[in-house]
Write a protein of this length. Structure first.
Length: 355
């Protein structure tokens, strides 16, 4: 599975689900937006696996994303989750910091987990390089490519040009790259100040409310914003708990709850202006301040079901479909590097076997 296939579906509601396999991580990257450490939380494996068993009930997700922290600190769990996803007809994407790449050989359980998923993405940039040397990650990528593993690199903007040059020198266009903005969250919040987006950008629809996220507490959110995943009080972005609901219920809530639908259709700025006042200091901040009372939900539901709402939702869905992977990368990544997400692909699909 090629990176572009994942990004093509990333804005499609309930086309995928994200699993926070663990928040633990042995690295200490200065820009870590989760501020993960070896003492961070993680769910017992049996709770995640029970939920994963429900992915096969009813229409399942097309993509299951596994991230952390560092998910490959639990390689056996990654392998088991990948097997359950495949049984449900879903493909899997794993994001890792490759902490193990400095060892003489990749541990057998880790290699088995990497080969069990359909796409392996590695974080690699100036910050990660202080923890895991680039030469070690390049050697890992060479090994995985030789074994037929579909791979990509995720890097942060502002530090990407030299890395991309080295990747092209070593691998040609075999390794697609997703370049994302540096986020002032987690450890980076102590030293990085991202420029505030213009107020009018809060009016744009939010594709990040498309895929449910299973957090390390078992709560399921409609959003991957770190404040929400870490437990910020945002009741309008809560979809349930894996201890109480399975995938069918979570999928249904993702698709039908008024607030997530309205965020995907109108964006937080529109909702704030109509239901709670002026936008907050930024896109996500505006969303986090939205009211979640029943009366507001009823008004938003009525707006969605109006002729205007039905038309708007249809137009947004069409825009997502037409924009594809490049459209997603231009909006949520660094636009100057967007075309790199399709490197090594043919018409947006993998050249190699779809494992």
């Amino acid at each position: 599975m090629h990176l572009s296939e994942v990004l093509r579906l990333r804005a499609v509601p309930a086309a995928g689900i994200c699993l926070e396999v663990t928040r633990r991580c042995p690295l200490h990257c200065a820009h870590c937006f989760t501020d993960s450490s070896l003492e961070s939380a993680e769910l017992p494996a049996d709770r995640l696996l029970r939920f994963a068993d429900t992915l096969a009930i009813g229409p399942g997700p097309q993509i299951v994303v596994m991230s952390g922290g560092e998910p490959l600190m639990r390689p056996g769990l990654v392998t088991a989750l990948a097997e359950r996803a495949r049984t449900a007809g879903a493909r899997t994407y794993l994001l890792s910091g490759a902490f193990f790449a400095t060892r003489p050989t990749v541990p057998a359980a880790v290699l088995a987990a990497v080969e069990a998923v359909d796409h392996f993405a590695v974080s690699m940039d100036a910050f990660h390089e202080r923890e895991v040397p680039a030469a070690a990650v390049f050697a890992l990528l060479e090994l995985l490519l030789s074994r037929g593993v579909s791979t990509s690199v995720q890097a942060v903007a502002g530090h990407a040009d030299e890395l991309i040059g080295r990747l092209r020198h070593e691998f040609g266009d075999q390794v697609p790259v997703l370049v994302t903005p540096l986020v002032a969250s987690g450890r980076a919040a102590a030293w990085h100040r991202a420029a505030e987006a213009p107020a009018e950008q809060t009016l744009a629809p939010c594709a990040m409310a498309a895929w449910p996220v299973v957090t390390s507490t078992g709560a399921v959110t409609a959003c991957c914003n770190e404040q929400v995943v870490a437990g910020a009080a945002a009741p309008h972005l809560q979809l349930g708990s894996i201890d109480l609901e399975g995938w069918p219920e979570i999928r249904q809530r993702c698709l039908t709850l008024p607030l997530p639908r309205a965020l995907r259709t109108f964006g937080p700025g529109h909702l704030a202006a109509r239901h709670s006042g002026p936008p907050g200091p930024g896109y996500c901040a505006t969303c986090l301040r939205l009211p979640a009372d029943a009366a507001t939900g009823e008004r938003i539901a009525a707006e969605l079901d109006s002729p205007f709402g039905v038309l708007a939702e249809s137009l947004v869905e069409r825009s997502i479909r037409d924009g594809g992977a490049l459209g997603f990368a231009r909006r949520y990544g660094a636009p100057a590097y967007a075309e790199l997400v399709e490197s090594g692909s043919r018409n947006g699909t993998s050249d190699g076997p779809d494992r």
